[in-house]
Design a protein around this ligand. Structure first.
Ligand SMILES: Cc1ncc(COP(=O)(O)O)c(C=O)c1O
Length: 428
């Protein structure tokens, strides 16, 4: 199983048999409140009929059409639907099937752009410590999670560097929303530029809010400063919005939320409400046009793509999902709910074992003190305790992450936090 302690799982399997709205059901019929939107992806809640109906209808009409040299109208309609929700100018869409594929596609687009623009020497990619960009070799190379990289360290992409992460417990602990301290950490990019030369750097990729590392919220002003430095040096800025895209912060994108527009945005998860696997890259039009214009007439301009890029079922799910988000005004709802959510999660600030609570939008990270000699054990115990009491939370090591669906009722937020509190209160 992916990212799972397989032997431990076999001994005590955690299984879900069905889901609807805010709840999963276990095979025994027990209801579990979804505090994590599955894996940060079921933003509109489970089994939403308009999405399921659109997928069913698509299945009856066209199961599959090749995406190489042929196409089908729904893929283009889905691309228009995605583009309409992106910041102005990022209106060219390349489809993939996951966040990892979206990231690798975006990195290749960045390299292809510079080559087409006559700057083929710009090959260096810069990620950030504690960044998660999926599990392709591109993604783990720019990613900054040691456990995901070290087993493959001999085979990572060459010409990659990393910025420092933006978390400092002493200065940021128990921040509500964006920490005030840390914008200057963006200036580390200037040091990387001084070291390598801007003319060798293709792109910087960051998650606007680092999700998988435990919800690391960018310091106020940090992203704007990264944007300013990258623009000044002709370096492309990629925001990995696989988690933050489509409402998590109460806006269509984190780019819109922070009012910082990158050159490329990677998307997945909430793009299809996870009904059909899907991912995408939104690309600034000039980047797209430069790549196309540089190729001879009749040539394939970008030698990259997947058998299932723009798959009809994904295209149908994407359109229905994005329409549902609009119809139910879920981004605005998430924005309003975020205030209750912040108040609720920070009631855990003084809970036993809690070292830090961080939040933005409908994302929160809660660091627990590790047990002596048993890192991760306390996180696992909290997960298990919550599951037994009917609430799904996520844990990585000793960090608990919360990311409820955008349809959550305030009472359900309370239930998630109350359950966490009671588990922590009773925990060794
Ligand atoms: C920011 C970010 N990028 C990329 C990915 C990879 O997505 P996937 O698991 O769909 O490949 C994830 C997954 O959690 C993610 O959070």
């Amino acid at each position: 199983m992916p990212f799972t302690a397989n032997r431990a799982f076999k001994k005590a399997p955690v299984l879900f048999a069905s889901a609807e709205g805010m709840h999963y059901k276990t095979p025994e019929g027990r209801s579990v409140l979804d505090g994590t939107s599955g894996l940060w992806c079921v933003n509109a809640g489970h089994a939403r009929q308009p999405i399921l109906a659109a997928v069913r209808q698509q299945l009856a009409e066209l199961d599959y059409a090749p995406g190489f040299q042929t196409g089908h109208p729904q893929a283009f309609a889905a691309a228009r639907a995605v583009a309409a929700r992106m910041p102005a100018g990022l209106d060219r869409i390349f489809f993939a099937n996951s966040g990892s594929e979206a990231v690798d596609s975006a990195l290749k687009i960045a390299l292809a752009y510079h080559r087409a623009d006559g700057q083929a020497q710009r090959t260096r990619l810069i990620g950030r410590e504690r960044g998660y960009h999926g599990v392709g070799f591109g993604g783990i190379s720019v990613g900054g999670l040691g456990a995901n990289r070290q087993a493959f360290s001999g085979n990572l992409l060459p010409s990659v560097d990393h910025l420092p992460h933006t978390y400092d417990a002493e200065r940021q602990r128990h921040s509500r929303g964006q920490p005030a301290w840390g914008a200057h950490l963006a200036d580390e990019l200037e040091r990387r530029i001084a070291l390598h030369g801007a003319h060798t750097i293709a792109a910087v990729i960051v998650e606007p809010v680092a999700g998988s590392a435990g919800v690391l919220v960018p310091p106020a002003g940090y992203l704007a400063r990264l944007r300013e430095i990258t623009r000044r040096h002709g370096i492309l800025l990629i925001f990995d919005e696989v988690i933050t895209g489509f409402g998590r912060l109460g806006a269509p994108t984190a780019s819109a939320y922070f009012d910082v527009t990158p050159d490329l945005i990677t998307l997945a998860k909430g793009i299809s409400n996870a009904v059909v696997p899907a991912g995408a890259v939104a690309v600034r039009r000039e980047i797209h046009d430069t790549i196309l214009d540089a190729a001879p007439d009749g040539a394939i301009e970008f030698a990259h793509g997947y058998t299932y890029s723009g798959h009809p079922l994904a295209a149908a799910a994407i359109q229905a999902t994005l329409a549902l988000y609009d119809e139910e005004e879920l981004y605005a709802r998430a924005g309003m709910l975020a205030t209750d959510f912040e108040l609720a999660v920070h009631r855990l600030d003084d809970a036993p074992h809690v070292q830090d609570v961080r939040n933005l939008g409908l994302m929160a990270g809660i660091d627990l003190a590790p047990r002596d000699g048993e890192p991760g054990a306390r996180g696992r115990a909290v997960f298990q305790g919550c599951f037994e009491r009917g609430v799904l939370v996520r844990y990585t090591g000793d960090t608990i992450a919360l990311s409820p669906p955008l349809i959550a009722e305030p009472g359900q937020i309370e239930e998630i936090v109350r359950t966490l509190r009671s588990v922590l209160d009773g925990l060794a």
